[in-house]
Design a protein around this ligand. Structure first.
Ligand SMILES: O=c1ccn([C@@H]2O[C@H](COP(=O)(O)OP(=O)(O)O[C@H]3O[C@H](CO)[C@@H](O)[C@H](O)[C@H]3O)[C@@H](O)[C@H]2O)c(=O)[nH]1
Ligand SMILES: [Mn+2]
Length: 718
């Protein structure tokens, strides 16, 4: 090995490569941009004069096209400089790094034993405990915001089962999904039965409770919203006596339920993560933290090694604050009916943001450097602390450690501190992850987005339309709030992160705003059509070309993108529908709620998504039949838009047939717009006219929406 300036020439642990086809993409962007500008020019030059019908409709459509166009520009920021990362896992196993492997703490968050069944939670925990990583360097912390003895009981069972399970995984090199051995399988099934039967009873049997002191914490009357801090170390992994059946060491396993009291804001997942950071600092204090949602199990026992390649790289590793993996799901059906997989987001957009140094932190599947998460500003001399867990413990007993860490999870602890502001995850936003990632980048760190070919983690995607839309409402609302806060990337990030990254953030932060032009485009052309007010150039005019080109090019582009990312044609079509549903419901209600929050009318909340549904619903999901089923305002909105466009499309066709070529040419673009909306809404009509199952649209919703749509058709156009 050669020596340069006294420094050893170490091979890098990862490389970064630019995506192919940049030039072609940029050329296409240019032509689309020309089309967009021509559309603006056309609109601007032909605003109907005062008093003429359709003047306001015209202006509305024009404003929508301006917003769509500008939004399109920022979505290209994310496609401009796409980069991919490639770690060299094998190089890490060389002797050079053998003793330098840092300890890793894994945080798992759960919040409700009904929506997130304990068996699901411990599946995640068990998958992490069997990582192919020195167990004495691994700590697993479960934060239970549900403060449930059922979850605690499940974790206790898991700690016992792990003694058989971990050696089994290591001997046979299996992962959770490949649970095949008869003995271990039976043990697992038995454990699962016990946990689920406790769940059905709603409590843990006294004879089981007598087996562990931890249950004493649930002695007095405690509720989810009102209880003391609970810290229980179930496996003290630093103790050489904590071993599995093969006498190999076990990872540390800790249960935490931070204190909650009425009147104290608990800040949802961000609060839970911050308690985890502090409690773990008292126990293992590992320099690397992996953070996972409770439904997201590890699918690759070597994922830690991959992530470490980034942190330990001699040249660039020092500045890396976190390594974010994509959020992939184990329950996505072939054509991804609710567009959960977001292929283009995870394969292209996030990699594109990474190209500008703006890799997002998306809350789960993310390895952090503890010090950057704590709020440290990047400086050149940061090194990963290699202090061992034993050193941190300083000979204290399990009871002493529990006693010392409990106060760190108390409500009062954060009073008058910088937690939630400059330390730990940021408070006040339902998307704590995005805003926290942004603040970390603004402190000079350089995160990495890594999308391995083998999924490192697999989570649970929503399986009903309601859950899918509620999730997007929380996200779009949270992100819109960030845009209007002091953390707006253009202000907070000014001079600190690249312009491309600032713009890239806005793809997501501005989701809620997009609801307005989308609603305008799905209502105004339809209403104008039934009132015989033309809004677009005639098909026979030259001006029709930019409209047609921009639409065709963007559509073809998104289709090609989806197919190259592994999606199906049907999946892409489903994405178009979800795109419309999200924008006209989730984003719209998020927009309204954000505005009302600014007026002080409501408070931030975090709507937890259910990870399990009943059998009937699950079967429909597996058959890719959309679950409408409830009569919420969301469904009223969806079916009103569907019927409005059905009416206008029908009217437009009828008119075209009777009024001849001239009218056809004039109204064709509007017929197309309504026709497309009708086509993507096909499942809505089907749910009303054909389906009879419980997931179809309640007739009350349909009657209301037909009434609203009919009345709307009578409104004169201004
Ligand atoms: O008060 C709370 C609320 C939630 N959670 C946990 O947060 C995680 C995410 O909640 P979930 O209902 O599954 O929401 P998702 O929409 O699936 O979550 C995505 O979006 C969130 C931000 O909105 C991020 O925090 C998540 O990491 C990201 O996966 C789960 O493990 C919950 O147990 C808590 O610990 N405490
Ligand atoms: Mn989730």
């Amino acid at each position: 090995m050669s020596a340069k300036n006294g420094e050893e020439d170490v091979p890098p642990l990862f490389v970064t490569k630019a995506a192919k086809g940049r030039a072609a993409h940029r050329l296409l962007c240019f032509t689309i941009m020309v089309g967009i500008v021509l559309i603006w020019v056309y609109r601007l030059g032909r605003i109907p004069g005062a008093g003429r019908p359709g003047r306001y409709a015209w202006v509305g459509v024009f404003v929508s096209e301006v917003l769509f166009g500008l939004y399109w520009v920022i979505t290209q920021a994310c496609r401009w400089r796409v980069v991919y990362r490639y770690p060299f896992r094998d190089r890490l196993s060389s002797t050079r790094y053998k003793d330098k492997l840092p300890a890793v703490d894994v945080f798992v968050c759960t919040a409700d034993p009904m929506l997130e069944p304990p068996i699901l939670v411990i599946n995640t925990v068990l998958s992490i405990m069997s990582y192919n990583y020195p167990p004495e360097k691994l700590g697993v912390y479960l934060s239970d915001d549900g403060c449930s003895e059922l979850t605690f009981y499940a974790l206790l069972e898991a700690s016992e089962f792990s003694k058989y399970w971990i050696p089994f995984c290591k001997n046979y090199n299996v992962e959770l999904e490949l649970l095949k051995s008869i003995l271990v399988r039976t043990m697992y099934e038995d454990m699962k039965r016990r946990i689920e039967s406790a769940g059905q009873k709603g409590c843990v049997l006294q004879e089981i409770k007598d087996r562990h002191k931890g249950f004493l914490e649930w002695g007095s009357k405690i509720t989810k919203q009102d209880h003391q801090s609970i810290v229980q170390i179930l496996i003290d992994g630093w103790n050489s006596k904590a071993t599995d059946i093969d006498e190999n060491r076990l990872p540390t396993l800790v249960y935490l339920s931070r204190e909650k009291r009425p009147g104290w804001a608990h800040n949802f997942k961000a609060g839970s993560m911050n308690s985890l950071i502090r409690v773990s600092s008292e126990i293992s204090n590992s320099p690397i933290i992996l953070n996972l949602d409770c439904d997201m199990y590890s699918n690759d026992p070597n994922a830690i090694q991959d992530a470490l390649c980034f942190f330990l790289d001699k040249k660039q590793g020092q500045q890396i604050s976190y390594v974010q993996y994509p959020q992939c799901f184990r329950n996505v059906t072939e054509n991804d009916i609710y567009a959960n997989a977001s292929c283009a987001t995870f394969k292209i957009e996030l990699a594109g943001l990474d190209g500008f140094g703006g890799a997002l932190y998306i809350g789960t599947g993310c390895f952090h450097r503890r010090e950057s998460l704590l709020g440290k500003v990047y400086s050149k001399d940061h090194r990963l602390e290699l202090q061992s867990v034993e050193d941190n413990i300083k000979g204290r007993t399990v009871e002493e450690l529990e006693a010392a860490s409990k106060p760190l999870a108390d409500c009062r602890y954060e009073n008058g501190t910088l937690w939630g502001e400059e330390m730990g995850l940021v408070y006040g936003y339902p998307v704590e992850d995005i805003v926290t990632g942004l603040t970390i980048q603004c402190r000079g760190w350089n995160p990495v987005y890594y999308n391995p070919s083998k999924n490192a983690f697999l989570g649970v995607a929503p399986t009903t339309l309601d859950i899918a839309l509620i999730q997007f409402k929380r996200w779009s609302e949270g992100m819109f709030q960030i845009f209007f806060s002091k953390y707006c990337p253009f202000i907070h990030g000014h001079g600190k992160i690249k312009m491309g990254a600032q713009m890239g953030y806005c793809i997501y932060l501005l989701w809620a705003l997009l609801s307005l032009p989308t609603l305008c485009y799905s209502v105004v052309p339809a209403l104008c059509l039934v009132q015989n007010v033309p809004l677009f150039p005639k098909v026979s005019s030259w001006w029709f070309i930019p409209f047609a080109y921009v639409f065709a090019a963007k559509t073809a582009y998104s289709l090609v993108e989806e197919l190259t990312c592994g999606g199906t044609l049907q999946g892409w079509w489903n994405l178009q529908r979800m795109w419309l549903f999200r924008r006209t419901t989730s984003y719209f209600f998020a927009f309204i709620d954000t505005v009302s929050k600014h007026l002080g009318l409501s408070e931030t909340s975090f709507a937890l998504t259910a990870k399990v549904v009943d059998d009937e619903v699950r079967k429909r999901y597996e058959k890719e039949i959309i679950e409408f089923g409830s009569s919420s305002i969301v469904h009223l909105m969806i079916s009103t838009l569907a019927f409005l466009n059905l009416f206008s499309f029908g009217y437009g066709i009828k008119n075209a047939v009777f009024s001849g070529a001239e009218a056809l040419s004039e109204f064709m673009p509007q017929i197309i717009v309504s026709g497309l909306i009708v086509m993507v809404n096909y499942p809505v009509y089907e749910a009303f006219f054909i389906r009879r199952d419980k997931g179809s649209i309640p007739s009350s919703v349909v009657f209301k929406s037909v009434a609203i749509a009919s009345v709307a058709c009578l409104i004169p156009i201004y």
